[in-house]
Design a protein around this ligand. Structure first.
Ligand SMILES: *Cc1c(COP(=O)(O)O)cnc(C)c1O
Length: 402
């Protein structure tokens, strides 16, 4: 048994003994809404009748509350600034530009290089390109699926301006080593925290370590809007100020652009919904961790790669990812039993046609990961019975396969 306390506010369980194979989805944004429906509906009603729909009171409150959540010292004073934007891709793009990376005024487009993993959401690389910089791919460590510092060193050139550390699946990238490389070479360290709200490294929340961090609140993330939303978090007041200008046409004063900016605003509905969801983030992350502990126990003896958590880190299991050379057969077998899985990601970015021009060498670990990873259902609203069924189905596959 998983031994979890009763978690959900309402009963959306789908495990009726009369239908033992009720489908298990891989992600369920609707369940994320229904779990807090009363609070969310009240927040939405409040915004609808406020007459303010973009970058208003709700957005300002959410910026302060989320930036506080990412504070490195929970008991200390607030040092973080939050700049709410339209989505996570924009958050990363504007974080880079606010640090002066990419297309600063008068710079040649593509002159600045930014080192990043290829085994990530395409959004990471799209944001680097949109900032006006050139992405340079570095390979990953196969245990944590995050940047391998040796590969980052090998990718350095005199044009390197920044490193983007992606905390993939909810596990922190090796920040000590990346900080050391950044300090040695005068680089910006930008954290892509789109999958790691609430993960910690050396006792600090991710997003509080680098020069700036980008968060996404896409509907399946650990902290999820009911639409698109994102945020830049930084302890550097100048970076925050720059990001604020960049998100709305470079305006300090209405209708006067001081710098060339963009339109990337958060809407009040999403901010109000996210304020509700933020209040439940820690309990939902704890539920993800309980599900992960159960999978780790139940799947321990199988010939598969399981997620690891390095000392000094907490993992928030945005995805629970296993690795197997038989990945496709296992996924097909689970699908037959109405258990959905997903592959994050089937093609590393350097093997996608649009980004082939940036390839400088092979990335064997990224390519192997793309062939072998499989994300099991692990979202917080899964019932214990569903989690047990998933684990049993994976065990069964390996018992029966020969
Ligand atoms: C989701 C995601 C993004 C982009 O966020 P959007 O809000 O979808 O633009 C960036 N990086 C990573 C690692 C992500 O998972």
């Amino acid at each position: 048994m998983i031994c979890l306390t009763e978690y959900m506010n309402i009963d959306i369980a789908t495990d009726n003994p009369a239908f033992p194979s009720m489908p298990v989805s891989q992600a369920d944004p609707l369940a994320g809404y229904l779990a807090h429906q009363v609070e969310i509906d009240a927040a939405i009603a409040r915004v609808l009748s406020s007459g303010s729909y973009l970058l208003g009171e709700e957005t300002r409150a959410f910026e302060a509350e989320f930036a506080h959540f990412v504070e490195p010292d929970a008991g200390g004073q607030q040092v973080n600034h939050g700049v709410a934007v339209a989505n996570g891709t924009d958050a990363l793009r504007l974080a880079l530009q606010a640090c002066g990376v990419g297309q600063a005024a008068g710079d040649v487009i593509g002159a600045d290089e930014v080192i990043a993993p290829s085994f990530t959401a395409t959004a990471t690389i799209a944001a680097i390109c949109q900032s006006g910089a050139t992405p340079v791919f570095a390979d990953i460590d196969l245990a944590t699926y995050t940047l391998d510092p040796q590969c980052v060193r090998a990718a350095l050139t005199p044009r390197t301006k920044a490193i983007v550390a992606v905390h993939l699946y909810g596990h922190p990238a090796p920040l000590a080593e990346l900080q050391a490389i950044a300090a040695e070479h005068g680089l910006h360290l930008i954290e892509d925290c789109a999958q790691a709200h609430g993960a910690t490294w050396a006792g600090k929340p991710v997003g509080s370590v680098g020069n700036a961090a980008a968060f996404s609140f896409y509907p399946t993330k650990n902290l999820a809007a009911l639409g698109d939303a994102g945020m830049i978090v930084t302890h550097d007041a100048r970076v925050a100020e720059q990001a604020r200008l960049l998100r709305m046409y470079g305006w300090r004063q209405r209708y006067v652009s001081d710098i060339e900016g963009w339109n990337s605003r958060m809407d009040e509905l999403q901010a109000a919904i996210l304020r509700v969801k933020l209040r439940h983030l820690l309990e939902e992350n704890a539920r993800r961790q309980a599900i992960a502990r159960y999978y780790l126990e139940q799947l321990a003896d199988l010939p598969i790669g399981l997620p690891v958590t390095l000392p000094g880190c907490t993992h928030v299991y945005h995805q629970f990812v296993i690795r197997s050379a038989e990945r496709d057969r296992l996924a097909a077998d689970l699908k037959q039993q109405h258990i959905a899985t997903a592959i994050h990601y089937p093609a590393p970015v350097h093997l996608q046609p649009a980004y082939a021009q940036h390839v400088r060498g092979r990335l064997p670990h990224s390519e192997k990961a793309a062939r072998e990873v499989l994300s099991l259902p692990a979202y917080p609203q899964l019932t214990d019975a569903q989690v047990e069924r998933v684990a049993a189905a994976v065990q069964h596959y390996f018992e029966q396969r020969h």
